[in-house]
Design a protein around this ligand. Sequence first.
Ligand SMILES: [Fe+2]
Length: 399
Amino acid sequence: MTTNVLNHPLVNVTVEDQGNRIGVTSGSGTRALVSARVLRFACDCDLCGDVKSGKRWLPPDMVPVGTMAETVFMSDPQTVSLTWADGHVSVYPLWQLQSLAVTAVTPMRPARFRAKPWDASLAERIVRVDCAAALSEDAPLFTALEALRDDGIVMLTDVPHEPEDTLAIASRFGPVRETSYGRVFDLISKPNSRVAGETSRAQLAHTDEPFRYAPPGFIMFHAIKTAAEGGGTSIMVDGFKVAQRLKETRPEAFDLLTRAGVTHRRLHEGEVHFETEAHVISLDSEGAVTGIRFNDRCLVLQPGDARETEQLLDALGSFSVLLKDESMQFRHQLVPGELLIFDNGRILHGRTEFDQSIGVRHLRSCNLDRDAVHSAFRTLASRFAPDDAFEVLYQGPIL
Ligand SMILES: [Fe+2]
């Protein structure tokens, strides 16, 4: 028998407000009045789609005002069905309706992962994972992926250094992104290279390729040859810490870098012309920092009002001063056998100058897509840390 009231020891469901609302009361007595349209949209029957896996066949406009529920009934011991005015029947697991009743009392938004930004003290606790273990077992790989979420950086140790090893390691974390340099880029010091990374000059910490709409998500540096006494020490800075300090010390500069469009450009006449206008500090929907995009070498100040342009230059200057502050920097001389992976939307990387007369510096580098690395994290989290699998992660620099 179908009716507009369903009494069950675990949940009580009623059709209310002429079918526009569904009353849900849990066994413990908490009650929610849910939008019937929202529930109709959540239907994942064969006709409406498998919402969880991202195969929705019911677009929002097919759930218009006036979508009304008529009756409620128990389809089996674990599910409740609603019949709609057009005759469609939706089926919901009991737990889903119970959780609606509970969250009405304690509103639940998706949990957000909030990073704890680091400073120079990262040197004492950077997560190191044995490369062979990460290649062959999922638990150490998850440890590395977790460090990439928490600190935005992880070091693999005892790494073999044949060319094919670089790709084999990268592919454990996600597909390698092909760039204009190929899949793997051999970063070898050359005196007159037009690629700044290949010269021997010092580099202010920066994110790579901010002139792209979607910069590389994660970067891997695989040390093949380095000369410890010749300089070229890697400098890593947590951009979230820089943003935090800037907000504390110069809030107006912080605010400007979250609002002003800043242009980064890469122009090789007749070959490539990349250009992106975006915020240096990206915020998420709750106003928390979610990504950084900054590279002094390809920064362009567009002409504009003199005072406003100067304010922007000052803000960028304050940001740069913080990047140079050694108390913020994790400095490390990479040696062969070590490999760093870091989040290019959070961690800025630079290096000290090095002396080419002492030795060649050779790093092998490749890029991984941010969402693919996070997908690898979530997939393993479902086994190793189920509570973390559905957290909203920081999504990197946005336009
Ligand atoms: Fe770089």
